[in-house]
Design a protein around this ligand. Structure first.
Ligand SMILES: [Zn+2]
Length: 330
């Protein structure tokens, strides 16, 4: 594992002694630890244990405390369904209209139960393995707005009611700034934000949401990471202006093109096809890992990873192959 000092050379003129490798593990980490995902999402001890077990098994370079996108929805009284071994879903979004937002105060993440649990997981990771880099987690404005208002309603609002949408983005980003700050105070070294719907909307609409998300990045004095899912080729210029330090790209994005647009200083993370961790062979993962490193530009700051979360049914030897490839590259 790279030390924090070594890893953080990514954010300077220097480079770490080898390519860092940080897979996005959530469900897979719980599976490795033999912990039901419901417990992983609700219990900070289970999350910290899963993350450390998985790190110890595969020896990559950082852990994270991401699990699902609905902590704000729950803090606002939204009801969630937690399958025993799957990602929780919002049964009933807490915000149904502009009326609901009026006079609603932004929840305090240090008081909301499941937000407090994520903060506690960071404290536990730091207590147990202080040398490990911990990536804290919040949601991008688009992700939180669709969680608290419902994804279909949020999509409709994008086209029909920009005023309401901006109010949702502002509310979400204000909460996430507070949540991110609390996680940094608990010991998070990097803060990530996720926007899984980024590929689904127009560049203009994404730009609007990023106006709010970048307030989160701007408010922090630790490096930040922006995880976007799917083909976000049409959003690369918006990502370049998002003031984030690490852009985390999914498998559909061509990394050579991404480097061209994002420039030489932005850290890129990505983007081996996650599906191949389940269905592919280790030799193919090695091949693709090498291609990612080459395409992102060996002299530029880069973190090897899969394009998105490592699927829970991944073959162990495929994750081993990705880590091995990073370690074999200077
Ligand atoms: Zn993703």
């Amino acid at each position: 594992m790279l030390s924090k000092k070594e890893l953080f050379k990514l954010f300077s003129d220097q480079r770490p002694r080898r390519v860092p490798v940080i897979p996005f593990v959530m469900q897979y980490a719980a599976k490795i630890a033999g912990i039901a995902y419901r417990d992983y999402c609700k219990n900070p001890e289970s999350m910290a244990e899963s993350q450390l077990r998985c790190l110890e098994e595969f020896d990559y370079d950082a852990v994270n405390v991401s699990s699902d996108a609905h902590r704000l929805a729950e803090a606002l009284g939204g009801e969630l369904f937690f399958p025993e071994d799957g990602v929780p879903v919002v049964k009933d979004p807490p915000i149904k209209s502009a009326e609901d937002l009026k006079g609603l105060s932004v929840p305090d993440p240090t008081k909301a139960e499941r937000c407090r649990q994520r903060i506690r997981a960071i404290e536990l990771l730091n207590e147990q393995r202080p040398e490990v880099t911990v990536i804290g987690w919040v949601e991008g404005a688009l992700s939180d707005a669709s969680s608290i208002f419902g994804p279909t309603n949020a999509m409709k609002a994008l086209y029909r009611d920009k005023t309401l949408l901006k109010q949702l983005f502002r509310f979400s980003a204000e909460f996430d700034r507070k949540f991110a700050r609390a996680q940094v105070e608990a010991g998070a070294d990097i803060i990530g934000a996720g926007d899984s719907l980024a590929s689904q909307i127009s560049t203009e609409n994404f730009e609007l949401s990023v106006e709010y998300t970048k307030e989160i990045f701007r408010s922090l004095d630790v490096p930040t990471l922006y995880h976007v899912c799917g083909d976000t080729t049409h959003q690369l210029e918006v990502l370049r202006e998002s003031q984030v330090d690490i852009v985390d790209l999914d498998r559909e994005v061509d990394l050579a093109q991404a480097r061209e647009v994002l420039g030489p200083d932005m850290v890129i993370r990505g983007n081996v096809d996650p599906v191949l961790f389940v269905q592919g062979e280790p030799t193919r993962i090695e091949e693709l890992s090498t291609t990612c490193i080459r395409d992102a530009g060996e002299e530029y700051p880069f973190i090897l990873s899969a394009g998105c979360e490592i699927p829970p049914d991944s073959r162990r030897e495929n994750l081993e192959a990705m880590v091995r490839t990073a370690k074999s590259q200077g």
